[in-house]
Design a protein around this ligand. Structure first.
Ligand code: SF4
Length: 199
């Protein structure tokens, strides 16, 4: 079995293939752009472990800043879902309740997002973050739209064809990593949920 980081590199390679195929100056994704780094979304157990690892690798001052932002976001959760508390396990929530939370916090910046628009845990960002920015032709289960919220500002970018990626093979492997992470007490949560609790 590959390591989870190695598996995620296959997503990075997918994005790099798309960038190469698009040609220079078509894909606007760059460090200062953080348009897709807003809103709340669920991350897998393996991603929660990865995020925790990324946080642990940060200099203490930066980790504290990220933790404070995550704690503030968790307080926001409590105003919408007071019954949902630590360890913020998304699987323990009614799906509609989580959808309502994501809708209410659709513009909330990710706790890992730094003031300069960079991601504090870029090398340890979860799969969802690596899948944003291009449409994906999953080969087996149709196409996934590009979730970039500002793509209409870049017509050549918005018109790019979906880039092939064997999502089913990725998910099969990811499931094994989730099971291994679950055995180490990680679970499906959000970025804030993965960051804030002391472990
Ligand atoms: S983890 Fe990083 S890349 Fe992902 S949404 Fe947060 S800031 Fe953006």
């Amino acid at each position: 079995m590959t390591t989870y980081r190695a598996l995620l590199e296959t997503l990075d390679a997918w994005f790099a293939r798309g960038r190469d195929a698009a040609g220079p100056d078509v894909i606007p994704c760059k460090r200062a752009c953080s348009a897709c780094c807003h809103g709340v979304f669920d991350i897998s157990a393996a991603d929660a472990e990865l995020v925790a690892t990324g946080l642990a690798a940060l200099p203490a001052e930066e980790a504290t800043r990220v933790r404070i932002r995550a704690t503030e976001q968790l307080r926001e959760y409590a105003t919408h879902l007071p019954e949902w508390t630590s360890p913020w396990n998304v699987d323990a929530l009614d799906e509609r309740a989580f959808d309502a939370l994501t809708e209410a916090l659709a513009t909330a910046p990710c706790p890992a997002l730094e003031d300069d628009g960079g991601c504090a845990i870029y090398a340890s960002r979860p799969a969802t973050c690596r899948m944003t920015g291009l449409a994906m032709d999953t080969v087996s289960v149709g196409c996934l739209d590009n979730e970039c919220p500002i793509q209409s500002d870049f017509p050549r970018y918005a018109a790019l064809a979906p880039v092939p990626f064997d999502l089913m093979a990725f998910e099969d492997d990811a499931e094994r990593h989730d099971a291994a992470a679950a055995a180490r007490a990680f679970h499906t949560t959000t970025i804030a949920g993965a960051i804030a609790p002391p472990r």
